[in-house]
Design a protein around this ligand. Structure first.
Ligand code: RIB
Ligand code: CA
Length: 328
């Protein structure tokens, strides 16, 4: 890793098992200084997302002054579609099932504080403190970012970079034949974000479905780690593996959200392409599809690129880094 001062990051998340791993990865990585974490509806309703976030943060030592805020409870126009079928009834693999030898909950659940800042307030505070040195990493639907563009534009436009896990450019979708979950849940938010001329990097299924592990391999990682926290990886992912085995049939847990965090940690892992990407906002079969304009045309003959897209990834290096950081 090149020597540079840590990148200040805000993580916007809908935990979610892979979100949890991404948050643990970010907190374990010296290249990043996590200054804020905000929740958004997605895998689970936003209140559950915030409880899950606090439960994850309670597992590790968090940076002093880390700001936590709660964001949007519903997409801009659509009804919320959740992913309990993938992440379990609590969104974290049903952690209440996991007990210590003494029969106590291994991962005590967290209570929502009576007063909680909003996501926009956390973003304002972070930009007020760190000006234009803040990178936003989104791991869920883009609802908070779309709302920020409308109600908080001076803050959002100060973000140094925005890295978003989402989309499917040249590969099938997951929640629908051609749509990736984060974009599908709030396609109107994605459209606003894609049109906003932000310094946006998209980390789509094209690369995240190249970086995965089987249940046995992840258990090997966790068992061989000297850090007791590593076992949470297997406790968090049991339901997701069940879905991958029983529904998808491939049995692989994909590191979707951790790959967005890895893009901030080590951008050279990714091969990037500047593309113009559009999103279909409504349609029986096309809602949430992300279309890149890759026609061979002179630049002036088609829409200018509106983002960088990670189109390839160094799989071995990514897996090596994930294992080293999550299971030291
Ligand atoms: O499609 C994968 C994405 O949707 C991940 O962010 C996962 O957590 C879900 O939010
Ligand atoms: Ca997520």
């Amino acid at each position: 890793m090149q020597n540079r001062s840590p990148i200040k990051v805000i993580i916007d998340t809908d935990p979610g098992a892979d979100d949890a791993l991404a948050i643990l990865l970010a907190l374990a990585s010296p290249e990043l200084d996590v200054v804020g974490v905000t929740t958004v509806c997605g895998n689970v309703p936003v209140g559950q997302a915030t409880k899950n976030l606090l439960r994850i943060l309670n597992l590790v030592k968090t940076p002093p002054g880390l700001l936590v805020g709660q964001g949007a409870a519903r997409p801009l126009e659509e009804d919320l579609v959740t992913a309990f079928q993938v992440h379990g009834s609590d969104g974290l693999g049903e952690l209440d099932r996991v007990l210590t030898a003494a029969g106590a909950p291994r991962y005590p659940s967290a209570r929502l504080p009576s007063i909680l800042p909003t996501a926009q307030e956390v973003w304002n505070d972070c930009v007020r403190r760190y000006a234009e040195d803040v990178t936003l990493i989104t791991l869920g639907p883009l609802t908070n970012l779309a709302l920020g563009l409308k109600v908080n534009p001076l803050t959002v436009q100060k973000f140094h970079s925005v890295i978003a896990m989402g989309g499917a450019i040249g590969v099938p979708g997951n929640i629908a034949p051609a749509a990736e979950f984060n974009i599908y849940v709030d396609p109107h938010a994605a459209h606003r974000v894609f049109q906003a001329s932000l310094p946006l990097t998209l980390v789509p299924l094209d690369v995240t479905t190249r970086v995965g592990v089987t249940r046995d391999l992840l258990a090997t990682w966790a068992d061989s780690s000297c850090d007791p926290i590593s076992r949470v990886l297997t406790d968090l992912t049991g339901k997701a593996f069940g879905f991958a085995e029983d529904v998808e049939g491939h049995g692989t847990f994909y590191f979707h959200d951790p790959l967005a965090v890895l893009t901030a940690i080590e951008p050279s892992l990714m091969t990037m392409e500047f593309l113009h990407v559009s999103v279909e906002m409504s349609g029986q079969v096309s809602r949430g599809i992300t279309i890149a304009d890759r026609r061979l045309r002179k630049p002036e003959q088609k829409a200018a690129p509106n983002m960088r897209v990670a189109v390839d990834v160094n799989v071995d290096r990514a897996l090596h880094l994930l294992r080293n950081r999550l299971c030291p």
